[in-house]
Design a protein around this ligand. Structure first.
Ligand SMILES: Cc1cc2nc3c(=O)[nH]c(=O)nc-3n(C[C@H](O)[C@H](O)[C@H](O)COP(=O)(O)O)c2cc1C
Length: 169
């Protein structure tokens, strides 16, 4: 799939079939993540892969908008390593870029995905840190739920000329 096609096709998918995601495909998603740009090329990301149903259940207890994990085949928790970032706060931008790469790579492989926000909600960050045994300097940005789509989302076009400011506001 061409890049622009994946960008236009990507939608949040919250219903999944029980078809497993192959390890090779999961590696492709992680390779895409690690090709994202980062400030000073710090690459301060860390990825926690979760596939156990019991862990999904625990996450659903601390995240109110994560019910689709019930059906997910796999989840990637994208985290920032604050010991490695260029300056305080850069981990969020860098890990956000990695996240978008995962979503687009998943779309191109026919895998459905949805970004579940964690940072900056402290309750969710602390809850996830406990469940996943994260060290204090590892900050979870989000959970990406993954699986083969069991719903169809139409392509939409959000292009809005009113959002574009030329030269000055
Ligand atoms: C920072 C962030 C947090 C989000 N959190 C959630 C979430 O907790 N649960 C959920 O179902 N979707 C979540 N989403 C997905 C958005 O709801 C979705 O991207 C938005 O409605 C646009 O729809 P689309 O992704 O299909 O284009 C989140 C997206 C972002 C970028």
């Amino acid at each position: 799939m061409k890049t622009m096609e994946a960008i236009l096709k990507r939608r949040s998918i919250r219903q999944f079939t029980n078809q497993p995601i192959a390890q090779d495909d999961l590696n492709t998603l992680l390779r895409a993540a690690m090709m994202a740009p980062t400030a000073r090329n710090c690459q301060e990301w860390e990825f926690v892969i979760v596939q156990k149903k019991e862990t999904f259940q625990k996450i659903m207890h601390i995240h109110p908008y994560a019910k689709m994990l019930e059906q997910a085949n796999c989840a990637i928790i994208v985290c920032g390593n604050t010991q490695r970032e260029h300056a305080p706060g850069y981990w969020m931008a860098d890990c956000g870029a990695a996240t978008q790469n995962i979503l687009l790579a998943a779309t191109s492989l026919g895998i459905g995905s949805v970004w579940l926000g964690v940072y900056p909600n402290e309750e969710r960050m602390n809850g996830l840190a406990k469940i996943l045994n994260l060290p204090e300097y590892i900050k979870p940005l989000n959970i990406i739920a993954l699986g083969y789509p069991n719903e169809k989302k139409e392509e939409i076009d959000r292009f809005d000329p009113a959002k574009i400011h030329v030269e000055k506001w």
